[in-house]
Design a protein around this ligand. Structure first.
Ligand SMILES: [Zn+2]
Length: 261
């Protein structure tokens, strides 16, 4: 029944928006149901094009952290998924439909669970604010998204994912979107019970690594521009919160971290 509805909705959508060049702007023509369907197809491609960590204990742990944060968001009733990618570089990304990926190399550098929670809250925020969808819309005309949803463009699907994984233009958000994801992420992680200082500390650490010439973090900075400005913003936002408590670390996190290193 769901499929049938979609078949009828998409032609209407194409008529309503015209087949213009993707410039949908802030108000997306893609519904949340459609975004979640697109996300499932993209996630299947990510799984084919990258190596997911299958360690059940490690995956269960990051899902627990992700779900704690997801539960306080306005999209708590939509399913999210959290996966670890076996990759030594420091990076994380999200795709439409609530799929969040954390590299094992990022977990290795996140010394405390509040640092991991910060990155996860930031990526969850990209989905909640629909930045992840906006990226796809900037890359693909709405007609192309329609045919992807109908299963008619397997090539376009793998191309989108290849660009995200390669960290091309697709994987970059604007500074405004990054700031919004930081702001929302700080709020979500704090409400989920984590210490917001984790975000500040993790970004400071990555900036220091980058300045020290550590190439494993260069990818993170390509995808997350303007880090010193962002650190200043995060710092003043935490000060304005007037709250410093929350989970900083967890022995269980250290167990899974050692397993991944
Ligand atoms: Zn980001």
């Amino acid at each position: 029944m769901y499929r049938k509805t979609l078949v009828f909705v998409i032609p209407l959508l194409l008529i309503a928006t015209g087949c213009g060049s993707g410039g949908i702007g802030g108000t997306s023509g893609i519904s949340l149901d459609q975004e979640w369907q697109l996300g499932q197809q993209l996630a299947a491609q990510v799984e084919q094009q990258s190596q997911l960590v299958r360690d059940p204990q490690a995956v269960a742990y990051i899902r627990m952290v992700g779900e704690r944060i997801h539960a306080v968001t306005p999209l708590a009733d939509r399913p999210f998924d959290f996966e670890i990618i076996n990759d030594p570089t420091v990076n994380a990304f999200s795709i439409p439909g609530g799929h969040v990926y954390i590299n094992s190399g990022l977990i290795a550098q996140a010394d405390k669970v509040d640092e991991l929670a910060a990155v996860m809250a930031h990526e969850i925020s990209h989905v909640v604010a629909r930045h992840a969808l906006k990226q796809v819309e900037q890359q693909q005309e709405i007609a192309a998204i329609g045919s992807i949803l109908l299963g008619q463009s397997p090539g376009a699907l793998s191309q989108i994912v290849a660009q995200i994984l390669a960290g091309g233009a697709m994987a970059r958000f604007s500074r405004a979107d990054e700031k919004q994801a930081d702001d929302m992420g700080l709020d979500f992680m704090t409400r989920a019970g984590y210490d917001p200082h984790g975000m500040l500390e993790f970004f400071q650490k990555l900036l220091a690594m980058d300045q020290g010439g550590n190439s494993s973090v260069s990818r993170f900075f390509r995808d997350h521009p303007g880090t010193q400005d962002r650190i200043n913003d995060i710092s003043s936002r935490i000060n304005a919160m007037g709250r410093t408590s929350g989970i900083v670390d967890d022995p269980d996190y250290q167990v899974i971290r050692r397993r991944l290193m």
